[in-house]
Design a protein around this ligand. Structure first.
Ligand SMILES: Cc1cc2nc3c(=O)[nH]c(=O)nc-3n(C[C@H](O)[C@H](O)[C@H](O)COP(=O)(O)OP(=O)(O)OC[C@H]3O[C@@H](n4cnc5c(N)ncnc54)[C@H](O)[C@@H]3O)c2cc1C
Length: 436
């Protein structure tokens, strides 16, 4: 673990360091994906003076860090990342400060709890608090790498319920599919709430050359270098850094020739993608007193499971209610499509705020990462028994194919900061190999 920490720190140092000597093997490094990891990798290569080609499937950069302004400039919201987690060691804290990003105070507590459309009773609230208390005591790693659900079950129904709420709303996944050992390894610390994290990422890297709307479909590493097939032609390079989400890798959307080595395939099989999802509702402030509404949680049965929506009300004073949800219920809503998701969120909002809220909803957006072909989920989840999968994916393939991204970021997994550190790590590894 010590080695891991040191290599991460080396990555950060490279981001800030003066240019390195140019690497010696010929050919550009091809970087696939212009999310936080790919952008950081390209930045390290640029500082090192090594040629690179950064390709991105979408028409924009930032990947899962994306500030969506399609409901109007006054109603922009982060469809993906919005918190700078573990801020004490996250490179984005310094960047946010230098670029004078607006940081908000987040109470982190909902004022209202609705169960099946009616306010929760005091007894129900007490039971939920007790369930969380029991769960907290149970979430300690044991020798075996079991699921969060297995760990919670011994605490009874209240703890099991708390585990489901915790993993759905913080990881986007059901508790039986989450490795407790991996969860326990995640870094924690101060969380900063950024007004426009996605916009900050895009702004910070705005001057990097990127080939947008270029979808990578194949990577041939059978020769001395690599050949990368894209929707806009073929690229040849000395090496490739692949930063697409593990859900995209696992889908087979990129064909590797030869196929990925068994060790890489095994590590990949140990990681899934959660379905953390947001539904943004635009509200008309003339019809609803936004200052009077506080965050709220709405729990209701949907099919075989509860579907819990956490509503952030009027974030940064904007005319919005943003429902956060995860797990299989979120998957089903993403698959049902934007109109169904907006209707569900609106119905829940009406239950919380009253019938006048219905007329106050003037538009909506589904940030449906689960059905997004270039994300295939919210962020990576290590399956029970697979806590070592993240570091397993870091092993370079024949010294010319390097994987990177949030899924490989060890304790920084699932975050923008982790993706940035891991992209820098991969680029440093490529430079070392090419210079040798
Ligand atoms: C709803 C939600 C909330 C989140 N909240 C937070 C938070 O508060 N704080 C936090 O730190 N993190 C949060 N995250 C996680 C964070 O957004 C990610 O961990 C991080 O942005 C991942 O960066 P990445 O570079 O590894 O991957 P990505 O950002 O996914 O970048 C990969 C890039 O590859 C591109 N790509 C995919 N397929 C292809 C292809 N075939 N060819 C070419 N390009 C391709 C994609 O378009 C994308 O731009 C959240 C994520 C979601 C979805």
């Amino acid at each position: 673990m010590d080695f891991t920490r040191r290599s991460l720190l080396a990555g950060v140092a490279l981001l800030a360091a003066p240019p390195l000597r140019a690497a010696q093997r010929d050919g550009p490094v091809i970087v696939v994906g212009a999310g936080a990891a790919g952008l950081a990798a390209a930045e390290v290569l640029r500082r090192a003076g090594h040629a690179f080609t950064l390709v991105e499937a979408r028409g924009r950069i930032g990947g899962r860090a994306f500030t969506d302004a399609s409901l109007g400039p006054d109603a922009a919201f982060d469809a993906g990342a919005q918190y700078i987690h573990w801020a004490d060691r996250n490179p984005w804290r310094g960047i946010a400060e230098r670029e004078k990003a607006r940081i908000g105070a987040d109470s982190g507590w909902a004022r209202t709890l609705l169960i099946d459309g009616r306010p929760a009773t005091e007894a129900e609230r007490d039971a939920r608090r007790a369930g969380f208390g029991t769960l907290t005591a149970l979430l300690v790693p044991s020798g075996d790498d079991r699921s969060i659900r297995a760990a919670a079950q011994v605490g009874g129904a209240g703890a099991a319920q708390a585990a489901a709420n915790l993993t759905r709303l913080s990881l986007g996944e059901e508790p039986e599919r989450v490795s407790l050992a991996d969860y326990d390894r995640l870094w924690s610390g101060e969380d900063l709430w950024v007004d426009g994290y996605g916009a900050l990422v895009a702004r910070h890297h705005a001057d990097l050359p990127v080939r947008r709307e270029t979808i990578v479909t194949g990577i041939d590493w059978s020769g001395a270098g690599v050949t990368v097939a894209t929707s806009r032609g073929t690229l040849a390079g000395a090496a490739v850094i692949v930063t697409v989400p593990v859900g995209v890798l696992a889908s087979g959307a990129i064909r590797f020739a030869p196929g990925l080595p068994p060790g890489t395939e095994a590590a990949l099989a140990g990681l899934g993608m959660g379905a953390y999802t947001k539904i943004a509702l635009r509200l008309d402030p003339a019809r609803l007193d936004l200052k009077a509404v506080g965050d709220a949680v709405s729990v209701a049965r949907r099919g075989e499971r509860d579907l819990t929506l956490y509503f952030e009300m009027a974030p940064f004073g904007r005319p919005l209610a943003i429902a956060n949800l995860g797990g299989d219920g979120a998957r089903a809503l993403c698959e049902a499509g934007e109109a169904a998701a907006i209707a569900e969120a609106t119905d829940r909002l009406v239950q919380i705020l009253g019938t006048e809220a219905r007329g106050a909803v003037t538009g909506g957006r589904l940030a449906g990462w689960w059905t997004d072909p270039f994300a295939r989920g919210g962020y990576s989840i290590a399956r029970p028994g697979c806590a070592e999968a993240r570091l397993g994916l870091r092993r370079p393939i024949a010294d010319r194919v390097f994987l990177a991204g949030e899924a490989l970021a060890d304790g920084g997994a699932m975050t923008v900061g982790g993706a940035t550190l891991d992209g820098a790590r991969a680029a440093a590894a490529v430079l070392r190999v090419l210079a040798s």
